[in-house]
Ligand binder design. Structure first.
Ligand SMILES: Nc1ncnc2c1ncn2[C@@H]1O[C@H](COP(=O)(O)OP(=O)(O)OP(=O)(O)O)[C@@H](O)[C@H]1O
Ligand SMILES: [Mg+2]
Length: 238
């Protein structure tokens, strides 16, 4: 009896996963068509009013695209389970490339973006997922900081590497800390709407770390900035 119950539940979870994957796929197809025609319309001779409407359509389509991409990534990560595409990765190289991408965005807000590091050991990891992890943390740090800057520190620690992404931004209240890794959780809805956040970034971060058998912790206080501390093991258990 109990056995049947568990099987049912596993089956339900699998069905839910399949449904989600199909839904994401079905959403992508029409959105690709819409994006294509937006580009075509941009070539047309529109009135100033038409142009301003098109800009709004384009911005919102972009948001929808990002949302669907994030949902697709989460769905993939949940499905991937044990199957991690691992190779020997130097986290410092990934951080450097992300800093290059985000440098202009930080500069535009008048924020500094620095890296402190010692020579790092290489770790067994999926480089694409690690880049996504660093991007999501740096993106948040820049988005939720108005003054000062972001410092990324890298060091070898406990047979692995530790990365700290610290900002001098808005910070978070203690009661918010356990919730920020939930999907769709945003601390301040009006702020997130303005900055275009949907609350999936940190849920993706959590999944990437779990998949690598790593750890994440956060240190923050309102007005005193936020630091995310990530530890990743050098070797993945066989
Ligand atoms: N560095 C930070 N400083 C202050 N608040 C943060 C920071 N990082 C995350 N948060 C808070 O945690 C919430 C969840 O973050 P998360 O990255 O999951 O979502 P998001 O940034 O709102 O949207 P998305 O990343 O999906 O575009 C954010 O809405 C924000 O309020
Ligand atoms: Mg985010």
């Amino acid at each position: 009896m109990r056995f049947a119950e568990i099987t049912d539940r596993v089956d339900l979870a699998r069905k839910k996963q399949e449904f989600q994957a199909n839904l994401i796929h079905e959403l992508k197809t029409p959105l690709t068509a819409v994006s294509g025609f937006i580009e075509a319309l941009e070539e047309e001779n529109l009135s100033p009013e038409g142009k301003s409407y098109l800009a709004i359509i384009k911005r919102n389509t972009g948001r929808l695209n990002r949302l669907i991409e994030d949902l697709a990534r989460l769905s993939e990560l949940e499905e991937a389970g044990e199957k991690l595409e691992k190779e020997r990765v130097n986290l410092a190289e990934i951080v450097q490339s992300v800093v290059k991408i985000y440098g202009p965005q930080a500069a535009k807000k008048g924020l500094t973006l620095k890296v402190n590091q010692e020579p790092l050991v290489t770790i067994e990891a999926d480089p694409f997922l690690l880049e996504q992890l660093v991007i999501n943390l740096v993106d948040n740090a820049i988005r939720y900081t108005e003054q000062g800057g972001i410092t990324i520190s890298l060091q070898n620690k406990n047979q692995g590497v530790e990365m700290e992404v610290a900002d001098t931004g808005l910070g978070l209240a203690e009661e918010q800390l356990p919730r920020i890794f939930e999907r769709f959780y945003v601390v301040d809805k009006s702020r997130s709407r303005k900055t275009g956040g949907t609350g999936l970034g940190l849920a993706i971060v959590k999944h990437i770390i779990l998949l690598h058998q790593g750890k994440i912790s956060v240190r923050s206080a309102p007005g005193a900035g936020t630091a995310f501390i990530v530890w990743l093991p050098e070797k993945q258990p066989e």
